[in-house]
Design a protein around this ligand. Structure first.
Ligand code: CP3
Length: 345
């Protein structure tokens, strides 16, 4: 399908752009009253994720309401461990919870990794097909998955954590098992992302949300080799790698076969540009908390970020992490309008 707005794809590939493209991580979610209305009509988060028609509807909401330059499919990174036979529950106000954790060879026996993607994750692929049809070329659709390291964190820990010390413990006590699990997750993730592209996703983002809890050497051992396999396996669409908090691993990430590197708000744009060079696009990185400021301050902070791009066109504008659920959508609109009216030279 011919896209009417392909700015984000051109920015990712380093082609010319008229202005910077903008979208927000977690744009399809609780910030919008329209999302909350759909969410309340079903029995829990997972029912929404598993209903392709409703998932498509909430995926398109931010395109209609916020006027962003890309949609991101409404789903979750945790559908992968679930497809591998460790189901999760999303507990209200507490987050994800897994009944089974994988901390030993014995527990690893329950994992399944040789299955047909359409069989177990067909609901995500159907949501992608429906969304692409309903978007009718207005903006590209981003597909996504969690990085193997971040998925391992949940598989081992069984729930969210500030330290993920159980997951990190495995790296020190049984690195062989850790590598085996990471490879299985990688294989499933590659098949899943390829299926997303086939279903119509025009771009892929890999979220390594817990990258920052590993030291540089551990990150190089337990995350980068798997991200590298994923980035190289996705051939037809641009790939973004977002390793939150992995500031010291940016030079290593820049060597991988991806188009775009996601930056969090702690990462200084000119410094990152000097580390990455000009052959990659950078995505980010306004502090999500900046959207709690006044409209005037949001405009000023956004312009400060845009000025720091120093007229380099290889940028996609986003926050440094997902938008917080209690942010006023009008403030999000100010952020988006400021980006759209900023003139590039
Ligand atoms: O707009 C979008 O970004 C698309 C949808 C999306 C969701 N999760 C929906 C969601 C995406 C891209 C994700 C990715 C995701 N999920 C990540 C990586 C990105 C990041 O934030 O670092 C992670 C770590 C998860 C796991 C996850 N999902 C947690 C820890 C939680 C609970 C915390 C919370 O925010 O409530 C979720 C739930 C979740 N995923 C919600 C949404 C809209 C909120 C649940 C609800 O609506 O009830």
């Amino acid at each position: 399908m011919k896209l009417q707005n392909d700015l984000i794809l051109r920015a990712a590939k380093g082609e010319d752009i008229e202005r910077y493209p903008v979208w927000l991580m977690r744009q399809a979610g609780r910030i919008l009253p329209e999302y909350r209305a759909v969410r309340e009509s079903v029995n829990g988060f997972k029912e929404l994720v598993e209903n392709p028609a409703l998932a498509a509807e909430v995926t398109i909401q931010p395109v209609d309401i916020l006027d962003v330059d890309a949609a991101i499919i409404f789903s979750d990174i945790l559908v992968i461990p679930e497809a591998m036979n460790i189901p999760y529950q999303m507990i209200e106000k507490r987050g994800p919870w897994f009944e089974h954790t994988i901390r030993s060879e014995e527990e690893a026996k329950r994992l399944e990794f040789d299955f047909d993607i359409e069989d177990r994750l067909g609901y995500v692929l159907e949501a992608i097909r429906l969304t692409v049809k309903q978007l009718n070329g207005r903006v590209p659709l981003i597909g996504f998955a969690g990085a193997p390291w971040t998925i391992l964190c949940y598989m081992v820990e069984g729930h969210g954590s500030k330290t993920f010390s159980e997951a990190k413990k495995l790296l020190y006590t049984n690195p062989t098992l850790a590598h085996l699990l990471l490879q299985h997750v990688t294989d499933v993730t590659i098949a899943y992302l390829k299926a997303q592209v086939k279903a119509g996703a025009s771009m892929i983002q890999v979220f390594d949300s817990w990258a920052g809890i590993l030291g540089t050497e551990q990150y190089a051992t337990f995350s980068l080799p798997y991200l590298s396999q994923i980035a190289s396996a996705i051939e037809d669409v641009p790939v973004t790698l977002f390793s939150k908090g992995a500031i010291t691993s940016i030079p290593a990430l820049a060597k991988l076969d991806c188009n775009t590197i996601g930056l969090d708000w702690n990462m200084d744009i000119p410094v990152m540009r000097s580390l990455v060079g000009d052959s990659k696009t950078l995505q980010g990185n306004l502090d999500p908390c900046a959207l709690y400021g006044s409209h005037q301050s949001i405009e000023a902070e956004t312009i400060k970020m845009l000025d720091s791009f120093n007229n380099n066109k290889r940028h996609i504008v986003n926050l440094g992490h997902g938008v917080y659920p209690d942010v006023d959508p009008e403030k999000v609109k100010t952020f988006i309008k400021t980006v759209k009216s900023y003139e590039t030279k």
